[in-house]
Design a protein around this ligand. Structure first.
Ligand SMILES: O=C(O)CCC(=O)C(=O)O
Length: 411
């Protein structure tokens, strides 16, 4: 029996469907039940989070790999992935063709910007204020490396399930192969599997927790991580000087050489009911800058712009930069597709995790006081690790009382 047959034979499916809005289905996968009984092995060496983040070593429910569900020829869709009607995407991306006049996020040529082009500087400023998103071209990372990195991960996700389960993750650190964000029992889940790994600080980088297959993936990721940290440093300079600060100032505030860098590789399998589900629920990233390598074949990322969701149309070999806590930290989400799987690499360039994050003194005054109390990145990230992606609810819950939802400049 091959692996796919085994999944099918192990799935018992009961379906009760009446309207599009109400689909009832129960899936019981014997492998998943077995999996629940397995002790998740955690290597306790060198992870500063493990003893202090307060998160459990076990997920609240048996983990179901979305890819296994997608490949098990379901005739209808499990309840646990059906978003409430108000959260469902209004669009799907099968055969997506952007409207000729569709808004797209701004494009910035980094080479030209570093040669002193004032228009490019201004474009970054505007993009950060208006969208919190921009694309960069001529960024210095080789196109071949970008393609190879994405393809290596596509190969990883297409390995037999047993090869991936070795790296099964837990909510304690999230490192490894995962299928849910957040530990709330009964939560409606996203249609995605992922792999999470650390690059910096170096004591968190543990190659044993990176996949060993395909055989070039560790070496490739090492190179990719180094290149993206360099790109992160360059972007920090741009954002710092755009804020009217010295070029190095933002980097110093992030902990200088002690910044953090980690990556989530997202795998969105084909989804039989893309109009009911999301690949990734609305969220804003908790870190400093996100450098996103999107799928070159399949769109899916949407950015909130006022009351609408803009589908991002990526340029070939561009990175999408999400400016997070600097300027506007934009809400974004991912929609899924019934015809094509999608792979994206989200590289998070973060502040040192245990220093208080607060605005530079030059940027606050009595008429422009800090919006939030100081907090470490570890404290802040704990929310998303516990609750999963929840729009901007966590940021908003920390706004100083002086601000109301009407005058907070991030909604
Ligand atoms: O898949 C994408 O395009 C976006 C991924 C993302 O937003 C994330 O991993 O935080």
């Amino acid at each position: 029996m091959n692996h796919e047959d085994e999944i099918k034979n192990n799935s018992e499916v009961t379906i009760k469907a009446d309207t599009t809005d109400k689909v009832e289905m129960k899936t019981k996968n014997k492998n998943d039940l077995k999996e629940q009984e397995q002790e998740v092995k955690i290597d306790n060496i060198g992870d500063q989070d493990k003893n202090k983040n307060g998160l459990d070593e076990k997920w609240p429910e048996p983990i179901v790999r979305v890819q296994s569900l997608a490949e098990s020829n379901l005739t209808t869709f499990p309840d646990s992935y059906i978003k409430p009607p108000s959260q469902r995407p209004q669009t799907t991306t099968v055969n997506y063709q952007p409207e000729p006049d569709a808004i797209n996020i701004p494009v910035v040529d980094l080479d030209s910007l570093f040669s002193g082009n004032e228009d490019d500087k201004e474009r970054v400023s505007e993009a950060c204020r208006e969208f919190g998103f921009f694309q960069v071209i001529n960024h210095g990372v080789k196109p071949e490396l970008m393609d190879a990195a994405r393809e290596a991960w596509r190969m990883f996700f297409n390995l037999p399930i047993e090869a991936k389960e070795v790296y099964s993750n837990s909510p304690k650190t999230y490192e490894g192969y995962g299928s849910r964000l957040g530990v709330e029992k009964g939560a409606i889940l996203d249609w995605n599997d992922y792999y999470f790994l650390h690059f910096l600080p170096l004591f968190l980088k543990d190659l044993n927790k990176w996949p060993s297959l395909p055989s070039n993936i560790r070496e490739l990721m090492d190179e990719y991580g180094e290149e993206l940290v360099k790109l992160g440093e360059r972007l920090m300079k741009v954002l710092s000087s755009n804020l009217g600060l010295k070029e190095e100032q933002l980097q110093e505030a992030f902990g200088g050489e002690d910044v953090g860098a980690c990556m989530r590789v997202n795998y969105y399998p084909k989804c039989p009911r893309p109009e009911l589900a999301l690949g990734l629920s609305p969220h804003s990233d908790p870190g400093g800058i996100t450098i996103l390598l999107p799928d070159d074949q399949v769109v899916g990322l949407q950015v909130r712009h006022g009351d609408t969701w803009i589908t991002v149309n990526p340029l070939p070999h561009a990175f999408i930069i999400i400016s997070n806590s600097i300027y506007k930290s934009s809400e974004h989400r991912v929609i899924v597709n019934s015809q094509k799987e999608r792979v994206s690499l989200a590289f998070f360039y973060n502040p040192k995790s245990d220093i208080p994050i607060q605005p530079m003194q030059q940027l606050v005054s009595s008429s422009n006081p800090p919006l939030y109390p100081p907090m470490t990145f570890d404290q802040y990230r704990l929310f998303i690790r516990t609750q999963g992606p929840r729009g901007k609810s966590y940021v908003e819950s920390h706004v100083s009382p002086r601000y109301t939802s009407e005058n907070v400049p991030f909604s």
